[in-house]
Design a binder for this molecule. Sequence first.
Ligand SMILES: [Zn+2]
Length: 208
Amino acid sequence: MPTEDTSIPIALLRDVGDALLKRPGAKVCDPLTQKPIVGLSTEYCLTVYVAGERGSLSWRVTEPIKGDHNSCKPSFTVKDDDYPDSWVWVVGYIHNHPCAATPSSLDLAAWPTDKFDPYVAMAEVRLIPGNPAPATYKNTAIEMASALVAERQDGTRVFLRYFSTGEVQQWSDANARWMTLGTCAPRGENSLSPTPRCDHEPLKLLSQ
Ligand SMILES: [Zn+2]
């Protein structure tokens, strides 16, 4: 797939959604509590990266790693069959939420934008930390983002992506574009609430 988007494209997310949501437990949600079921609901994580030469980057993903009912851990290093490490940029990860919940504090903290204390603040820029030069397609730098795929009980799919700067977006079929739901930051390691702190609370999914 040619790289035209500056971060995770919807076409890639749809393909990943098709694959992830077929896996055992990926859509299992308690209909009464709207909570994942321990031992049945299962999250899967896969790493998203771009690889190739300037002008011909392609979006790629790793094989999914199985987690448990409320978390999964992506690998942050990848080995690509076609390109050496210096032509590979990890830009984020994709996982499923069995009950179509918005990103958790842990999700937002998973990309350590501040290695010493990820709970203090989100990054100011969306470029890939630790890389001497960001991946660029023509003259546009690829931005870090992670994403969530889910299926509601009525069978409709939800695609969310969130940036290292904290914006959470949902793909809108009606508008054919990403809509920003709010800007969030992890609530802090000692907080009892799994939901992040957002400028619009609670973060509401688009109804479509
Ligand atoms: Zn999550």
